[in-house]
Design a protein around this ligand. Structure first.
Ligand SMILES: [Mg+2]
Length: 298
């Protein structure tokens, strides 16, 4: 049983919250706050460790202009340290591969971009032909939706195998949201994709049955992972959290940790084993994992 689930069961049985050092503070979530690395020491000390992380809202603070999002240097340093010590570090993101590799530019890191569709492993692309055809459909959908950008505060992000329409900067986000949905409904090419709602954005994603969870499963197998950590902050990361739970066992401990934010859907916190407070919490956690992670033998 994942440690978070154990905690929940214990909480239900005892009918009270665990508190104090090494314990956890309970908000109205199924997950517990992760206050000490000791709570997940079984995962951190098992090898080979695979660390899967979303980027936006998890490693990089959410900003008004998505193209201005940056991953703090300290977090990059922690990811580099883990990769150098033999952990598999994989960035599992809705961003395009190109943008993801620009945001976290580290050798030896794997990427599952475009929501797990576009994989980059061992320094090369792993992309089936059906995915290439999707790229052409995405270009047609973007052409259909381009006129949305005439409205102030709406921006389309080309993800190669899908797209995001951001409306965070619109004066009236509700009205912008309705306009985005209407434009998508009117586009035949957009109909070839699945519609997903995120934090102030609407996404069109491939209908391939591929998602962040299938990417985690594939990478766990490729890597022969002996332990799994998944980090995320938004609805699309729930697939990743569920994959961690499915793939985890006594022999291969797994844990998922959500970066809490006020604007994320509560289901994100209810799907993870633990939560920490936003990107700052993730930075703390990664530092703790680096400190606790065994160094590779020379
Ligand atoms: Mg995110």
């Amino acid at each position: 049983m994942p440690p978070g689930l154990t905690a929940v069961v214990l909480g239900l049985v005892s009918g009270r919250c665990r508190t104090g050092s090494g314990g956890s503070r309970k908000l109205n979530y199924v997950a517990d706050e992760l206050t000490s690395i000791d709570l997940i020491s079984d995962v951190v000390r098992a090898t080979p460790l695979a660390l899967f992380s979303d980027i936006d809202g998890t490693l990089s603070p959410i900003v008004d202009d998505p193209s201005a999002a940056r991953v703090p240097d300290e977090i990059i340093d922690h990811l580099r340290a883990l990769a150098e010590r033999g952990a598999m570090v994989a960035l599992v993101t809705g961003r395009s591969l190109e943008v993801a590799r620009r945001m976290v530019d580290l050798p030896g890191v794997a990427y599952a971009a475009a929501h797990g569709v576009d994989l980059w492993v061992d320094g090369r692309s792993v992309r089936p032909p059906v995915v290439e055809a999707l790229g052409r459909a995405a270009s047609r959908a973007i052409a259909d939706l381009r006129s949305l950008e005439k409205r102030a505060g709406i921006a389309i992000e080309d993800k190669g195998f899908g797209l995001s329409v951001h409306y965070r900067q619109a004066d009236d986000p509700n009205e912008a949201h309705a306009a985005v949905l209407a434009a998508i409904a009117a586009s035949r090419a957009a109909g070839e994709f699945e519609l997903h709602e995120g934090r102030m954005l609407v996404e069109l994603r491939p209908k391939l049955g591929m998602n962040k969870g299938t990417a985690v499963a594939e990478l766990v197998e490729r890597f022969g992972a002996g332990a799994i950590i998944c980090l995320g902050d938004d609805i699309t990361d729930i697939d990743m959290f569920q994959a961690a739970r499915r793939l985890g066992s006594d022999a291969r401990p797994a844990v998922s940790v959500a970066a809490r934010s006020d604007e994320a859907d509560p289901s994100v916190l209810n799907s993870a084993d633990y939560w920490v407070d936003g990107v700052d919490g993730i930075r703390w956690l990664l530092g703790e994992i680096v400190r606790a992670f065994p160094r590779r033998r020379p």
